[in-house]
Design a binder for this molecule. Structure first.
Ligand code: PBG
Length: 328
């Protein structure tokens, strides 16, 4: 590159049309996936640690699906707040064909088929102890026994009509086991989005409030979720999940792990998604409420950063806000 004054990089920033012409990355509503919490109650329930987000009653989900469709948001990710009396040590409510998430799938599907329905495969909304898997007497989270239940949970969601199954449990081997079961049971078209590089993060706190797991969790999830210190290990997780039959992979949380998003996107050809999680949403909203940041400025800037790092899309609680802003 020539030095100044032959090179004046400001020449390319002079006008809006010029900036648009040289822009390297775009963010559109198609890049936004919308996580939605569901309650068995009849009224929307505010979540104290996620201002502006509510748990939606089943009867409200049709409107949510139509809103997503009109905004150009491609998919909704469902997260149920299972009633406390249905949470057991074995998480068996996850296998109930009439459970909250299966009924939520039906509500979304009845409203529109223009929006994909994504479900979470993990046991934490169903277990009394709040772990994503089965736990033995010593408190260890069991891998292979958990995978068997996750296969049943995945099939239950596929039978209810889910388009995308997203295992977020971090057990070893679950993608392969779920893929084999989907093929064997007549669901060859169901998309598996693996939470491949999911870190044991403090940023999930508000989500655990939202799904009612916060007060229950004994210990932490460090024996199955990844150590925040590791990036190379994320590549091994992604390689295994793709080899086992994942259609896309995810990195989670988001902003603090953009190096991992970039490394995964650079190494693999599969679409990579990122989850801008509940704690990240809460940080922005707290700063906005305190008058410290402007939501219209920082939300699109954050979401664009995921695209710049190589993400095909972002799961974000700001999806409807951002889609509206981008469409305006
Ligand atoms: C659990 C699950 C979690 C999130 C998505 N699925 C929390 C956890 O692992 O404890 C977090 C999402 C968020 O914080 O927004 N299976």
């Amino acid at each position: 590159m020539r030095a100044f004054p032959e090179t004046r990089l400001r020449r390319n920033r002079r006008t809006p049309w010029l900036r648009a012409m040289v822009r390297e990355t775009v963010l559109t509503p198609a890049n936004l996936l919308w996580p939605v919490f569901v309650t068995a109650g009849a009224e929307p329930e505010p979540i104290a640690t996620m201002p502006g987000v509510v748990r939606h009653p089943l009867a409200g989900l049709g409107a949510i699906a139509r809103e997503a469709a009109s905004l150009g948001i491609p998919a909704i990710a469902l997260f149920p707040n299972t009633p406390g009396e249905l949470r057991t040590d074995d998480g068996r409510e996850a296998l109930n064909p009439d459970n909250l998430v299966c009924r939520a799938i039906a509500e979304l599907k009845a409203a529109t088929d223009a929006v994909g329905v994504m479900t979470d495969v993990a046991l934490d909304p169903y277990t009394a102890h709040g772990h994503d898997g089965l736990v033995d007497a010593a408190g260890r989270v069991l891998n292979d026994a958990t995978v068997e239940v996750l296969v049943g949970q995945a099939l239950n969601q596929a039978r209810a009509g889910a388009d995308i199954l997203a295992p977020s449990d971090m057990m070893d081997g679950r993608i392969g086991a779920i893929r084999r079961a989907l093929e064997a049971e007549g669901f060859p078209e169901v998309h598996l989005m693996a939470y491949s590089a999911k870190y044991a993060s403090g940023f999930y706190g508000p989500f655990r409030d939202a799904v009612g797991a916060a007060g229950r969790l004994k210990g932490d999830k460090a024996t199955y979720q990844m150590d925040p210190a590791n990036a190379r290990e994320a590549l091994a997780e992604v390689a295994l999940d793709l080899a086992e039959g994942a259609d896309s992979v995810m990195v989670k949380p988001g902003l603090a792990y953009l190096d991992v998003v970039k490394a995964v996107a650079g190494r693999f050809d599969a679409p990579v998604f990122a989850y801008c999680v509940s704690g990240e949403y809460a940080m922005v909203e707290a700063a906005v409420a305190a008058g410290m940041l402007a939501r219209e400025a920082v939300v699109p800037e954050m979401l664009l950063a995921f695209r710049r790092a190589g993400a095909a899309g972002v799961l974000t609680y700001h999806a409807p806000f951002a889609a509206r802003l981008l469409g305006a």
